[in-house]
Design a binder for this molecule. Structure first.
Ligand code: ADP
Ligand code: MG
Length: 241
């Protein structure tokens, strides 16, 4: 069973004088243990596709199934439950609780699952260590750099071992060494924990760690390839690499 299965998914945004087909008939499956990189220029629909995959947006057409469950079949409580337990979402910006130490920010999902701070703290510490923040456990977001805040958000997303990891340009705020480490960490987690990773990115290095690479243009998924990022896309995005 695929960790994520999108079938003919479509989402459009309409305002008074324009309809944008942000996601336009996308079908895509990710097996447990696999990492898929999704390349696309700004405005191609990457964030919308990830929000649909997480059930944070409802599609206009098509189905989204996570670990075999059609998200449209769930009521709100069960959807929230599935999101919390099954999905790790790494947003473009970290959205941390201000004034709260990194370790407690990283523990948020564990606490939401009913664990005590006492049992959640060592798990959160381990994840902060894995993302290179062992020396920043007690720092609040205000005391951290942008890249460090992003790494706290990554630890938070991964701390409860989600089966599906959705990452929206997660290396955007990181220097190149940290960016590479993060991509390697995501692929490693996929392999070791049997999680599936869908990685929207501009980062050409994602092609090195992904099992499959797709390009998104105007909401449409272009044919994937193994191992190599779409050459023209990379060329047009050299300045972002
Ligand atoms: P990407 O993440 O690849 O930059 P997005 O999914 O954010 O792409 O956006 C895809 C298209 O949908 C863009 O044309 C964008 O302007 C439009 N769009 C995204 N969110 C909204 C929204 N909430 N309302 C109207 N249009 C939107
Ligand atoms: Mg985006």
């Amino acid at each position: 069973m695929n960790a994520l299965q999108l079938t003919e998914v479509a989402k459009r945004y309409a305002d008074a004088d324009e309809v944008v087909r942000a996601v336009d008939g996308v079908s895509l499956g990710i097996e447990p243990g696999k990492t898929i990189a999704l390349y696309g220029p700004s405005g191609s629909g990457k964030t919308t596709l990830l929000l649909l995959s997480a059930g944070l947006l409802a599609p206009d057409a098509g189905t989204v199934a996570v670990a075999g469950t059609d998200l449209a079949s769930l009521n709100t409580n069960r959807l929230i439950d599935l999101q919390r337990k099954t999905i790790g979402f790494i947003y473009q910006s970290p959205h941390l609780l201000s004034g709260v130490p990194a370790v407690e920010n990283a523990a948020v999902k564990l606490l939401a699952d009913g664990r005590s701070l006492r049992s959640a703290r060592p798990v959160a510490c381990d994840w902060l260590e894995r993302v290179g923040l062992a020396h920043r456990l007690r720092h609040t977001p205000e005391q951290l750099s942008g890249g460090e805040r992003q790494r706290v958000a990554i630890a938070r997303a991964l701390a409860n071992d989600p089966q599906l990891i959705l990452a929206d340009e997660p290396t955007g705020n990181l220097d190149s060494q940290r960016g590479r480490e993060l991509l390697e960490l995501l692929a490693e987690i996929a392999r070791e924990n049997g999680a599936a990773v869908l990685l929207a990115t501009h980062d050409p290095r994602a092609a090195d760690i992904a099992d499959e690479v797709f390009a998104l243009r105007d909401g449409k998924l272009l044919a994937g390839s193994d191992g190599a990022a779409p050459a023209d896309l990379l060329e047009s995005q050299q300045h972002l690499g």
